[in-house]
Design a binder for this molecule. Structure first.
Ligand code: ADP
Length: 562
């Protein structure tokens, strides 16, 4: 708790909604600056779209989306073109207001002309998205999955996924959308907050039944039907890592603005709620990411008309308590201290062994006893050695188990130095990054573009690049030549910046935002490396810029020394 008037800093700050406190100079905060903005429907769709432009196949887990109002004409044109090329295509679309939650303001349409343009669209930006018509059904009902993901660190990137999640069910049997059933929210929308008002909603104490179940119970059902559950998990892990890779570039811009490098500040971590829909072929599709997922473990029950009582919800409790407990275990500041002690013991293990032998001799222990103590101690030291080299808590648990089996007694936890991990269940959070980094690192191109952007931002605390910063970027990276004059550079800057700022995203600062810079960067890459596919053009330009900047840094270093 942080009682009013407390002066001492805390190890962990647990903010309710978003990162909001600029007076924290140490410790860890459970929110990243800018995360709430990043996962809004429009921003998320934009970030994913940038990745879809670069890697269309890798990012086909997010439904095709258009941003309203500005892309309304594009939406109309593209749908018409697709219908012309495939007359049998009878799509449905879902319109979701930006920043909405709990199904608020969502509706389904069959044709672009059905969008409610009058009044609301100008005042309320939205995303219109292809509706997934063939979801996987269980008990004839549509359901979605809420998975908890811990973003433990942004730099270096560290991601954990909870091994279990929640499945939230609709309360009317599903039918593919028709003009007649489009409005039936209990059939099409899986939101708990909506379905709870249906007479068919079933509160259950059993995690395998009812309108809210554990995801593991669904996996059991699928597995008994012969589904490849391992493949499903690996597709979900891939979806989560790719989505976070899409979010990290802009998050880094927010981070350096709120917590500038080199100044005292906290580090951040955050639990995110991923909403995922399974298609009937078991392909997971991302619906949205929640920056502030509900951690309630109770639900309201109406005892008599108008009289409500909070009662425990075993399904929520089973999943959410484990997520919070293990998040705290992973970010535990004590863990670092314990690890330092282990490292110290490793360092001094030889001298320790000698000292203990000397004591045994001094105290006149019989040879047998002496040997037994030395053996036990050496086993214990071996255990510490192994524990000290463990990268994850999962590995540490395994090392402890081995030590116990080898006869190192309590695994080094007896007495006052009992580990806080002792007696806790195994971790429900599974590390997926950097564990699978090798498989996904090639996708992190925009991250490298963001690093260039941040380098040229100049003034600390800003999120937008001024015209001088952009010119310096072009000059330092040697991108201007006889075909691309500095006058053209200025025109490019003005054109792109004006367009992005007219979309009315953030009027607080003037200048070029990261997405505008990314667009300009893609333009430059296309100009310079004409015949390659876009991701190769962009990768080549990044290499080119990084090479020139490294050369420049070296030159400056030499000059500085001189
Ligand atoms: P909110 O933040 O308001 O909950 P969501 O994007 O999660 O908005 O959408 C609400 C619900 O609508 C989802 O839980 C899901 O059941 C349904 N839904 C959303 N997008 C799609 C889609 N593209 N295809 C099918 N169903 C969808």
């Amino acid at each position: 708790q942080f009682p009013f008037g407390r002066r001492l800093p805390c190890d962990i700050y647990w903010h309710g909604v978003s990162f909001h406190d600029n007076d924290i100079f140490s410790g860890q905060v459970n929110k990243f600056p800018g995360m709430t903005e990043m996962v809004r429907k429009i921003t998320l769709s934009r970030a994913v779209r940038t990745m879809q432009d670069l890697f269309p196949l890798e990012y086909n887990f997010y439904p095709r989306s258009w941003i309203l109002p500005e892309e309304f004409p594009l939406f109309v044109d593209e749908v018409r073109m697709m219908k012309d090329s495939d007359p049998s295509w009878k799509p449905t679309f879902i319109v979701k207001p930006d920043g909405g939650c709990q199904g608020d303001g969502i509706y389904l349409i069959k044709d672009p002309s059905d969008i409610r343009l009058t009044g609301s669209i100008q005042s309320r930006p939205a995303v219109v998205q292809e509706y997934i018509c063939k979801p996987l059904l269980v008990d004839k009902l549509k359901f979605d999955i809420r998975l908890y993901v811990l973003l433990k660190s942004l730099e270096p990137l560290e991601i954990y996924i909870a091994k279990d999640g929640l499945s939230r069910f609709c309360t009317e049997p599903y039918q593919e959308p028709t003009l007649k059933n489009l409005h039936q929210v209990f059939m099409h929308l899986t939101n708990y907050s909506l379905n709870i008002h249906s007479g068919n909603f079933i509160h259950s104490d059993n995690v395998n039944t009812g309108s809210k179940r554990t995801f593991s119970s669904i996996l059991c059902r699928l597995s008994s039907r012969g589904a490849d559950v391992k493949k499903l998990w690996s597709d979900i892990i891939s979806l989560v890592i790719k989505t976070i890779i899409a979010l990290t570039p802009e998050l880094k811009v927010y981070y350096q603005s709120d917590i500038p490098a080199g100044k005292p500040g906290p580090t951040c971590f955050q639990i995110l709620g991923f909403d995922i829909l399974l298609m009937n072929n078991l392909k997971p599709m991302l619906l949205e990411v929640n920056a502030n997922p509900s951690m309630r473990i109770e639900h309201e029950q109406e005892l008599s008309p108008g009289v409500f009582e909070n009662v425990p919800s075993p399904v929520d409790e089973e999943v959410k308590v484990a997520v919070i407990r293990d998040t705290l275990r992973l970010v535990d500041p004590q863990k670092k201290k314990i690890k330092d002690v282990h490292n110290c013991i490793m360092f001094h293990r030889d001298s320790l062994l000698r000292t203990v032998s000397a004591f045994c001799i001094m105290w006149g222990m019989k040879d047998k006893q002496h040997k037994h103590h030395s053996l036990k101690l050496s086993l214990k030291l071996k255990f510490y050695l192994k524990l000290g080299s463990c990268q994850t808590l999962e590995e540490a648990s395994e090392a402890k188990e081995e030590a116990r089996e080898a006869g190192a007694g309590d695994g080094g936890e007896r007495g006052g130095s009992r580990s806080p991990e002792a007696g806790l269940p195994s971790l429900c959070l599974k590390q997926v990054f950097p564990k699978y980094a090798r498989q996904f690192s090639y996708l992190r191109l925009v991250d490298r573009v963001a690093a260039l952007f941040i380098r040229f931002l100049g003034v600390k605390g800003t999120t937008k690049l001024g015209p001088t910063g952009f010119r310096t970027f072009i000059r330092n990276c040697k991108l201007s030549n006889s075909n691309f004059s500095m006058a053209s550079v200025d025109i490019l800057y003005i054109d792109i910046t004006r367009r992005w700022n007219s979309m009315g995203i953030d009027h607080k600062e003037s200048g070029m935002c990261l997405q505008a810079f990314v667009e300009a960067f893609f333009c430059l890459a296309q100009k310079k490396y004409k015949s390659l596919p876009l991701h190769k053009q962009v990768a080549s330009l990044i290499d080119f810029c990084e090479y020139h900047l490294a050369a420049l840094d070296e030159k400056r270093l030499v000059c500085g020394r001189g």
